[in-house]
Ligand binder design. Structure first.
Ligand SMILES: [Zn+2]
Length: 408
């Protein structure tokens, strides 16, 4: 988007400095947001009153007070860094350790060469700020937030027990903040009320609202950063595995699995969780491997990258869009995407309940494996499918970005 690409460089500012400079206004802003979310969100768990952000002037705990008020992981780093695209380098890059970016122990999926430290006061292109923040929610912002997550803050935050997720994954507890099921049949909700206990809509609202707040206060670095944070969840919604419980399954078979679980045969549920988690991961890894390769080779005409080009005029963003439009478009493609995966990916990766895909160390060879398994035709079919999902992200994300920039 030219309005992002060509925006004037911004001055980097620490979170502490941003919060202290705007404490009074922010307290009111977050109070208003809380009231709005209670009124308008699909499924909202009110923020406990103890966690409300109060302007105390205490610089020592202002960052912690903010994290607790918006109910993210208190360990979240939120430091000053940029995460650059593959093979992209800036002059005088100062490295930053991955531990300063992410809360996780397993950081094998991150390339340390792509991360650079920023200093308060230096200037940087807004595009880098927004793009870096777009990946940031996956660096641990939504970890451990439930009463059964084994954390002290999870017991205070008011989100209740975790509704679903793959316990084999270190990032398993973030699932209900990055996935949501809005378009299931009433009978499925009736039996599986837990399916409604999801929070991406809340995150999208919070971050777009904080972004608009930061721009309105003249703190543009944080405007772009909060914009990027919210954009992450819109990107997640472009993957059907984030918006439907079991793509490829009919309501009846999903119910059957739930029923077996109720009857004390939890293996069925465990098996369904395993399959769906593997398929979800394989789809994202294929996309990531493919696009990384194109960026490394400078192949900017590749269809995955071209499908992200923004069409103008951009649609008007509405707060109901994440639920009614973004996730709906994606959910409608779920069965198709499942069938393409089943046709093009090795059976063990997506159809075997005894396999945890992430244990296979298969990602580095995934592109070659798909070609071997299903030939050029299968590889191209999967590439087209991914590109189509990326075009949805582009359409939806650009509406969200323009909505925020109206506050600038
Ligand atoms: Zn995510």
């Amino acid at each position: 988007m030219p309005e992002v690409r060509d925006a004037a460089p911004v001055k980097v500012e620490s979170l502490q400095s941003f919060l202290l400079a705007n404490e009074e206004a922010l307290a009111t802003h977050l109070q208003n947001d809380e009231a709005w979310m209670q009124e308008n969100l699909w499924n909202y768990q009110p923020r406990p009153q103890d966690l409300a952000f109060a302007a105390t002037g205490n610089e020592k705990d202002v960052v912690m007070r903010f994290k607790r008020a918006i109910r993210i992981n208190p360990e979240a780093r939120l430091g000053l860094y940029a995460q650059l695209p593959p093979s992209y380098r800036l002059d005088n890059m100062v490295p930053i350790t991955l531990k300063e970016v992410s809360v996780f122990n397993d950081l094998a999926h991150m390339n340390p060469d792509e991360f650079m430290r920023l200093q308060p006061g230096q200037t940087i292109a807004p595009l880098h700020v927004a793009v870096s923040a777009n990946d940031e929610p996956d660096h641990g912002l939504d970890i451990g937030l439930f009463t059964d997550s084994g954390t002290a803050y999870g017991k205070e935050y008011g989100f209740g027990e975790q509704a679903f997720g793959n316990p084999n994954l270190e990032y398993g507890t973030q699932a209900p903040f990055h996935m949501a099921f809005y378009h299931e049949s009433p009978v499925l909700y009736a039996l599986g009320g837990f399916l409604k206990r999801t929070y991406p809509e809340m995150r999208i609202y919070q971050y777009q609202s904080l972004a608009r707040f930061a721009f309105a206060q003249g703190h543009d670095y944080w405007g772009w950063r909060f914009m990027g944070l919210g954009l992450h969840y819109i990107g997640d919604f472009s993957n059907p595995y984030h918006v439907t419980p079991v793509p490829g399954n009919s309501t009846l078979s999903t119910l059957w699995v739930g029923l077996l679980n109720l009857l004390g045969l939890p293996d069925a549920q465990k098996e369904a969780t395993q399959l769906v988690s593997n398929r979800h991961t394989v789809l994202e890894e294929f996309q990531s491997q493919l696009m990384t390769l194109q960026l490394q080779e400078g192949n900017h005409e590749h269809e995955t990258l071209k499908s992200l080009a923004v069409e103008y005029p951009v649609n008007q963003y509405r707060h109901t869009d994440p639920v009614n439009l973004f996730s709906k478009v994606s959910a409608d493609k779920a069965d198709h995407v499942h069938h393409v995966l089943a046709d093009t990916i090795p059976h063990a990766y997506v159809m075997d309940v005894n396999v945890e895909y992430t244990d296979l160390d298969a990602t580095d060879e995934l592109l070659d494996t798909v070609k071997l398994e299903s030939g050029d035709a299968g590889f191209n079919q999967l590439t087209n499918t991914v590109s189509d999902l990326l075009a949805d992200f582009s359409r939806h994300g650009s509406a969200y970005v323009q909505h925020i920039l109206q506050a600038k």
